[in-house]
Design a protein around this ligand. Sequence first.
Ligand code: CO
Length: 229
Amino acid sequence: MSDVIAQLFDNNRVWAAQMQSEDPAYFLRLVRQQSPEYLWIGCSDSRVPANQIIGLDPGEVFVHRNVANVVVHSDLNALAVIQFAVDILRVKHILVVGHYGCGGVRAVINDEKNGLVDNWLRHVRDVRDCYTKQLAQVDDFSWRHDRLCELNAIHQAVSICQTTVLRDAWLRGQDVTVHAWCYSLHNGLINDLKVSARSREEAVEQADNAVARMFWMKNKRRRGVRADA
Ligand code: CO
């Protein structure tokens, strides 16, 4: 075994022993069952670890991650995670968490060529294409990058609300809310994008409002009015 991999096993033994000594019943509890209240759908980016960011232990959050936190209606992997989380685990909240500085989103803005992954990122490009005019109104790369990270999270949250899984859950009166957030690598804080939907209609309306606010605020700033005025 290479030294690098051997180190991971060493780390693992130290971690397991530490958890055991801090809380002797820790693993026993986890083995018995998982009953998370949250499903986290985030980017695969190594800097965005679900549990740590929201301060939850193993067993408390069900996690699905892919490049640029995309939810596509034909993606059996994501759909299976969502269906299991909603129907079986009965999570109360689905957190769609984009992040500022996302490399996948940047690749879309820059029209980068990275190979096969470009096909996956085509979904983010679709989001970008919906807002070509709005995004072009400011000639500032990082502003456009930030906005597309937010727009992407909002769109993916709405996409979840349109799945048969969520529609059926709401139809039978199940209590489950879909949220859109964006995490900052700069300060570790989550920005609430103000989508917290308990129905398809609510999701679309909140998303429309969030997007309108996003570009309206920029217009106000450009006219010299404070965004929070
Ligand atoms: Co990312």
